[in-house]
Design a protein around this ligand. Structure first.
Ligand code: 9MG
Length: 262
């Protein structure tokens, strides 16, 4: 899953606002490099970033989704926590809804997924939009993630979403301590085993817990660490990786899988 942020403030991809032409060029490049899904987001969830209105998020994402859907044969995911945006996005051609709140902010997202038959990514996070990154730590992060997955799946299912539409995501970097981010990766196989009916998505790419291990390096210097962690995630059962660096990730995972296949 390739990241296409159409925000002025995303933390790790240069911070520039993408014009429609830039977004199309970037999509073409990521598809050529081996992306299977393009995840388009118009509201940054970076620590300290401000929430945006439905109108602004719509203005940023919907024209890009329409054009990418028209020009390329690739599933598009909309990264949103708002049902109004999810509905407009699926009408414009998105086939997956990526909800970092796991239906905590707006349960109606499940209704959009149910009626459109779109895929639905339920990510673990805690707190409100404003407090996503300032949560007091929980004692047992694996138990917290598992309990929240059960809650989110129950909400989705009560609103008519079928199991086959759902993917889960442990939400690395969202309300976890440094050690808990590493623990979730180290023990991902346990979560995968408990929720084996659902594909597991993982977002590691350029995140600050990677930067911390490497000596507090900036996002542009986190590629090596991101790739190492991506390989571990796949070996522990991750099915989908949300990444900025498509070509490098495809190379690293292909190599690891070739060795594992012997
Ligand atoms: C939007 N977004 C930022 N980080 C993410 C992650 O780790 N997973 C998913 N599903 N979405 C994310």
């Amino acid at each position: 899953m390739a990241i296409l942020n159409v925000t002025p403030d995303s933390f790790s991809d240069g911070g520039e606002y993408l014009s429609l032409d830039d977004a199309l060029r970037q999509s073409e490049k990521m598809i050529a490099e081996g992306a299977d899904i393009i995840d388009i987001g118009g509201e940054s969830t970076r620590p300290g970033s401000a929430a945006v209105s439905v109108d602004e998020e719509m203005r940023r994402t919907i024209p890009v989704i329409s054009e990418v859907a028209k020009r390329f044969e690739i599933p598009i995911s909309i990264d949103t926590t708002k049902s109004d945006i999810a509905r407009l996005a699926v009408d414009a051609g998105a086939e997956i809804i990526n909800d970092i709140s796991g239906l905590r902010f707006d349960e109606q997202i499940a209704n959009v997924a149910a009626s459109s038959k779109a895929g639905l990514v339920l990510m673990h996070s805690r707190g409100t939009f404003e407090t996503l990154h300032s949560q007091p730590p929980v004692d047992d992060i694996l138990a917290d993630v598992a309990a929240d997955f059960h809650r989110a799946i129950a909400v989705a299912s009560a609103r008519g979403v079928r199991d086959e539409q759902i993917a889960l995501d442990v939400g690395l970097g969202f309300g976890k301590t440094q050690e808990q981010n590493l623990e979730l990766l180290a023990k991902l196989d346990k979560i995968v085993a408990e929720f084996k009916a659902y594909p597991m998505l993982v977002g590691i790419s350029r995140k600050s817990f990677v930067g911390k291990i490497l000596g507090d390096v900036p996002p542009t210097e986190r590629l090596g660490g991101s790739l190492a962690a991506a390989i571990i995630a796949v070996r522990k059962g991750a099915n989908i990786l949300r990444v900025h660096d498509v070509k490098e990730t495809v190379s690293a995972i292909s190599m690891a899988l070739a060795i594992d296949a012997i």
